[in-house]
Design a protein around this ligand. Structure first.
Ligand code: PGA
Length: 692
């Protein structure tokens, strides 16, 4: 009970961590994809701050920005749906492990003022970013460590489709926003903003409070003082500096300034106060501007002259570059100098175009969508683009719809397929075995590691298996039977899981001076519930006789263990057609003096010795014939009900490719698996033999 409660708390915590990470990654990937140039500039800032920008080709920042947003978004979606938990949580952990020390450095050294994690949507200070990363690091660690507890919302069959769609969606979104402008604009210069108003400080706004810090010296010791604690004249003055004590009101726009190249005058106020339309061609570096649309730019300029609108080109390039542009393009429009960062912020294109009126931004275009003669058909006050508008909300709606709708379709399809295969599996079972409705016996797939795996390997195996089966629930009972030394650790790991644990053997004595032996009680004390007895290898190599096995079975039962009792003929016996006789004798000599109650606790495993580890499998028909025979023998001895309730497993080179056919037989209730139980993926393949 206590364990169960703990398990629920743990699972809840892990899933909270996973959703937190998913939300952060989806959000940050999305906002970066919406504004790829924004992230590109940020990466450039970083490379410059670290003095390594020369190491990378010029396209690197843009490529890096798109790759980062795609990676973040895809990881977020994977975490959200529980897709490829191992890979997703490991990659998340790596990413955050890389980011956390980097953000600590940024917080301490402050080479770039805002980290850019969430684009312009949510600007964090470097210390806030570092704190955020510490929280995410903890969440990523928890999610990775207990990833098998992450609940999945999509079946493994459809997960690739959801992941692929998310990647395609985010890539298309990035490319769309590169070619056009960001569909969501969180910058100070978004459409609808009045630059003049956003530059002004309201009269009632609180100004910043500054104070003087005095640096004084006494007996070689230097100390800082303010006016409030200014010391006596025994201290000598060294220096004074001004520090910001309390942050005051800062207007949203602080850096907009247009300096005419011709006159050298600041014409900002004149342009912003103009009640008529003004076109601003914005090319933060004119030498890098895309010149494929120069004719169109010149046409827009001609149009503005014709209609009496102002037209300026704003750049931060030096004069000689501007002259070169003029020569190359025949530009006649006036140029103004504006800060590079400001221009990059106004429009994410080089060149871009903005239309303003009375200080308000009415529209922005990237160079791929400049208005042409078919748009500029009349004076602007008669056209829709001359009207004041706020950000296009419908674009956001469409974008979300393009993501949510197809993804919901994928999820719906997945649900339909999962339900259909469950229904088919049920029908199949019913067709295969008419007794299925009354079938009380369990279907079991048990792994027999034999003398394989070190303790560490065994532990890794069961952790992996547990995770795989938590993601994709088996349609049968699953057991792992391990060497003695693994039992306690494996049983602890599998305690809160649907996987059972068994030993491969136990002693034929209850306790005492039997050096090297392990009793049934000891096996049971580890938490194991099963024990394989009578395996052909033990009969052949360790001389286990029917009499010895009889003792072992009794001890196992009296210690609460379920024996998986193995029977089967060797090749010569099969060739002499003596298999039934051999199997009958093995059953009768070791089991048939059990009471019907005790016998009901036995699981049988028919393992033709010639098929064990040889790659030769009994045919499905051979297996069914023998299993039916064994069941008839039990029916004779213990009655039909007991026979119907006994699980009879098949063993001998059973693997993922033949399991389904073997398990499809009405009397085959699962398998005892050797070689194919040593790798989790193979073992899962065998377990899936019970799936449709
Ligand atoms: P195998 O072994 O699957 O490697 O043939 C089965 C067994 O001996 O239990």
């Amino acid at each position: 009970m206590e364990n169960k409660r703990l398990h629920i708390i743990k699972a809840t915590l892990i899933n909270v961590c996973r959703f937190l990470l998913a939300a952060v990654f989806i959000f940050s990937g999305f906002v970066k994809a919406v504004d790829p140039f924004g992230s590109t500039y940020k990466i450039q800032d970083y490379l410059e701050a670290f003095g390594i920008s020369a190491w990378f080709p010029s396209f690197f920042p843009l490529l890096g920005a798109i790759a980062l947003s795609t990676l973040e978004f895809a990881l977020g979606v994977m975490l959200f749906f529980g897709i490829r938990k191992g890979t997703a949580t490991l990659l998340t952990l790596f990413l955050i492990c890389f980011m956390t020390p980097l953000t600590l450095y940024l917080a301490i050294a402050d080479p770039v003022s805002d980290c850019g994690c969430f684009g312009d949507v949510w600007i964090l200070t470097n210390w806030e970013t570092f704190t955020k990363n510490i929280v995410l690091l903890l969440a990523a660690f928890v999610a990775f460590k207990w990833r098998y507890l992450i609940i999945r919302f999509i079946s493994p069959k459809s997960e690739w489709l959801a992941s692929l769609y998310s990647v395609i969606f985010i890539l298309i979104l990035s490319i769309y926003c590169l070619i056009h402008l960001p569909i969501l604009d969180f910058r100070p210069y978004r459409v609808g903003v009045n630059i003049r108003e956003d530059m002004s400080i309201p009269p009632d706004a609180k100004p910043g409070v500054y104070e003087s810090i005095f640096i004084l010296e006494k007996n070689g010791e230097r100390k800082e003082f303010t006016l409030d604690d200014y010391p006596d004249s025994t201290w000598t003055f060294v220096d004074v500096r001004t520090a910001l004590k309390e942050k005051g009101y800062e207007p949203p726009i602080r850096d907009f300034c247009m300096k005419s190249l011709e006159t050298g005058d600041d014409i900002t106020a004149e342009v912003l106060d103009d009640k008529n339309y003004t076109f601003l061609l914005i090319a933060h570096r004119i030498e890098g501007a895309d010149d494929s649309n120069i004719d169109l730019i010149n046409e827009i300029y001609d149009y503005s002259v014709e209609r009496g609108y102002a037209f300026y080109c704003l750049t931060s390039s030096p004069e000689d570059e501007i002259e070169q542009w003029k020569d190359k393009t025949g530009a006649e429009y006036p140029f103004c100098l504006t800060d590079d960062m400001t221009l990059k912020t106004i429009v994410r294109a080089n060149p871009g175009l903005a239309l303003i009126k009375d200080g308000t931004i009415l529209k922005k275009w990237s160079n791929n969508e400049f208005p042409d003669e078919y748009v500029l058909t009349d004076s602007l006050d008669k056209l829709r683009l001359g009207e004041e508008r706020s950000t296009d909300l419908h674009k956001i709606g469409w974008t979300l719809l393009w993501f949510i709708l197809p993804l919901s379709l994928i999820l719906g399809l997945d649900l339909f397929l999962v339900k259909r295969s469950a229904r088919l599996a049920k029908e199949n079972q019913r067709l295969i075995n008419p007794l299925i409705k009354n079938k009380m016996r369990k279907n079991i797939v048990a792994g027999n590691w034999k003398m394989n795996k070190t303790l560490r390997e065994g532990i890794e195996f069961v952790k992996e298996l547990k995770e795989i089966l938590a993601e994709d629930k088996p349609n049968c009972e699953v057991l792992v039977c391990t060497p003695f030394i693994h039992l306690a650790s494996v049983a602890t790991i599998l305690e809160v899981s649907a996987i059972g644990v068994g030993a491969e053997n136990c002693a034929d004595k209850a306790s005492g001076a039997y050096t090297g032996e392990v009793s049934a009680a000891m096996v049971a004390s580890t938490g194991a519930k099963y024990v394989i007895l009578g395996h052909s290898e033990r009969r052949a190599y360790y001389g286990e006789t029917a009499g010895i096995l009889k003792e072992k079975v009794k001890l196992a039962l009296s210690n609460g263990l379920t024996p998986i009792f193995c029977i089967g003929e060797v090749l010569a016996e099969r060739e002499a057609n003596k298999q039934n006789e051999v199997v009958y004798t093995q059953l009768a000599d070791s089991l048939f003096d059990l009471s019907v109650e005790d016998f009901s606790r036995i699981v049988l495993a028919y393992e033709p010795v010639w098929a064990i580890g040889t790659g030769r499998t009994a045919t499905s028909l051979q297996a069914q014939e023998m299993h039916a025979y064994i069941r008839s023998v039990i029916a004779d001895k213990y009655g039909k009900e007991a026979a119907e309730n006994t699980s009879i497993l098949y063993g001998g080179s059973c693997n993922p490719s033949n399991a389904k056919e073997l398990f499809g037989n009405p009397d085959v209730d699962g398998g005892l698996i050797g070689g194919a139980a040593l790798k989790a993926a193979d073992f899962k393949g065998v377990i899936d033999g019970f799936k449709a």
